[in-house]
Design a protein around this ligand. Structure first.
Ligand SMILES: Cc1cc2nc3c(=O)[nH]c(=O)nc-3n(C[C@H](O)[C@H](O)[C@H](O)COP(=O)(O)OP(=O)(O)OC[C@H]3O[C@@H](n4cnc5c(N)ncnc54)[C@H](O)[C@@H]3O)c2cc1C
Length: 406
């Protein structure tokens, strides 16, 4: 009898969690498993703000995918997914190759959400992957270098605008305020020449945290020179910066050499290109993480939409969520391969959230307990290392972990 073909798209948190759990639980020869990913490495998406600001080298945030695969059970294919033909049970790769599947897992992560705002795609950067992070770091360094060299100094070069004061925006600001003094020293520039502006359209910042923690984060970042424009929407980006507008106010221009857009994500564009029914590019999956009407297709991580029954709103896409999806997805795939009818329903086990504010500061709620300052920062590193451990065990933690054992 032919072995079932399992194809897993994306080697991020969700995809790698699925594949590493599956390779442990599956007996060799029970199924053909193929993992497809654009790069031959996995990157820690949750560390990209550090690589973007330049406080952590981009080589530290990734590791070879082969390091965590059991080559006897899983085949790795480095390729870019173009489209899924769900009615034909095939995946089309860039270059024309077609992969057939019996079971498919879509774990392709997200793209930046630009909400159709003019000029954002052309004139801003988003913290999406390792090469984007490297480009952001190099762009900021180039602006400092150009400022040092030019005779007629353009101070706007040294203005950095961060659009969106959610998790990613705030974590990036935390790294930036640590990097700027070092850049100023390196390029011989006075610190007060650098302007850092955070723009947030909502009246509240970091809505998932309580007010005391948010106030702590904002006053810390303000003390380090960040200027907050809250309740203010970015209306347009141009080659010279952005136009912003406070509710009911007049639009104003902030001239800037660097604009980072971190105001939200949508499911990977492959999902829409494949004709799935979506909300902001995410597929509303069944409790067992399969697609309604296509029960051999699982969608997990940032590509999946699951409603939190307590709030009646979608769960925000997070690494914690993607990894928990991966665990359930692996168990459900195993059941499918073994011919079992009833699958496990996903339930989110919220272990807490920690938002870093640079190397040694953070805010967080962990198992219901509020944390801030050094204790929260230590907890953030524990969370980062836990993700490495869950996928690659102690060896990976020793090699890549935040506590620098070696
Ligand atoms: C700066 C930053 C900080 C964050 N901090 C936190 C945090 O502290 N805690 C938290 O829980 N969450 C955090 N998040 C969110 C978290 O990183 C995501 O929710 C998580 O990465 C989603 O996991 P995933 O498996 O769905 O996708 P990802 O981990 O993004 O993986 C997707 C994979 O698919 C690959 N891929 C994409 N397109 C293609 C294609 N067409 N063909 C082939 N391969 C492709 C990518 O290369 C990648 O390997 C942060 C996000 C950012 C950007």
């Amino acid at each position: 009898m032919e072995k079932p073909k399992v194809v897993i798209l994306g080697a991020g948190y969700g995809g790698l969690m699925t594949v590493t759990r599956l390779q442990k639980q599956l007996v060799k020869g029970e199924a053909d498993i193929t993992l497809v990913n654009k790069n031959d490495y996995h990157y820690e998406t949750t560390w990209l703000h550090e690589a973007s600001a330049g406080t952590l080298h981009h080589d530290r945030v990734h590791y070879p995918i082969q390091n965590v695969l059991n080559k006897n059970k899983v085949q790795f294919k480095q390729a870019e997914v173009k489209r899924i033909k769900k009615d034909a049970n095939t995946v089309e790769l860039k270059g024309g190759e077609v992969l057939p599947y019996d079971y498919l897992v879509i774990a392709l992560g997200s793209n930046a959400e630009t909400f159709g705002i003019e000029g954002l795609k052309e004139h801003t950067f988003s913290i999406t992957d390792v090469s984007a992070a490297q480009k952001i770091r190099e762009h900021i360094e180039r602006q400092f270098d150009a400022y040092r060299r030019e005779l007629d100094k353009d101070d706007n070069r040294l203005t950095i605008v961060v659009g969106g004061a959610g998790f990613t925006g705030i974590e990036f600001l935390g790294e930036l305020v640590n990097r700027i003094p070092a850049l100023c020293k390196e390029y011989g520039i006075q610190r007060d020449k650098v302007r850092i502006v955070s723009i947030e359209s909502n009246p509240v910042v970091l809505p998932q945290f309580d007010r005391e923690l948010v106030d702590y984060a904002l006053s810390y970042l303000e003390s380090k020179g960040v200027e907050f424009h809250i309740g203010t929407a970015v209306k347009k980006a141009t080659k010279d910066g952005v136009w912003a507008c406070k509710k009911g106010g007049e639009p104003y221009e902030i001239k800037s050499g660097t604009v980072i857009w971190s105001a939200g994500v949508r499911g990977n564009s492959v999902i829409d290109a494949s004709g799935f029914e979506t909300v902001r590019g995410r597929v509303k999956v069944k409790p067992d993480l399969t697609v309604p009407g296509h029960e051999n297709v699982f969608v997990i991580g940032d590509c999946a939409l699951i409603i939190n029954k307590d709030t009646n709103r979608p769960y925000p896409p997070t690494a914690q969520m993607a990894m928990q999806h991966g665990e359930v997805c692996a168990r459900n795939l195993l059941k499918k391969i073994h011919g079992e009818e009833s699958l496990e329903a996903f339930t989110f086990n919220d272990k807490g959230t920690v938002c870093s504010l640079g190397e040694d500061n953070a805010i967080g709620i962990v198992f219901g307990k509020k944390l801030k300052g050094t204790s929260a920062s230590v907890m953030k590193k524990v969370v980062d290392d836990r993700a490495l451990f869950m996928i690659g065990g102690t060896r990976l933690v020793l090699k890549k972990g935040k506590f620098n054992f070696i």
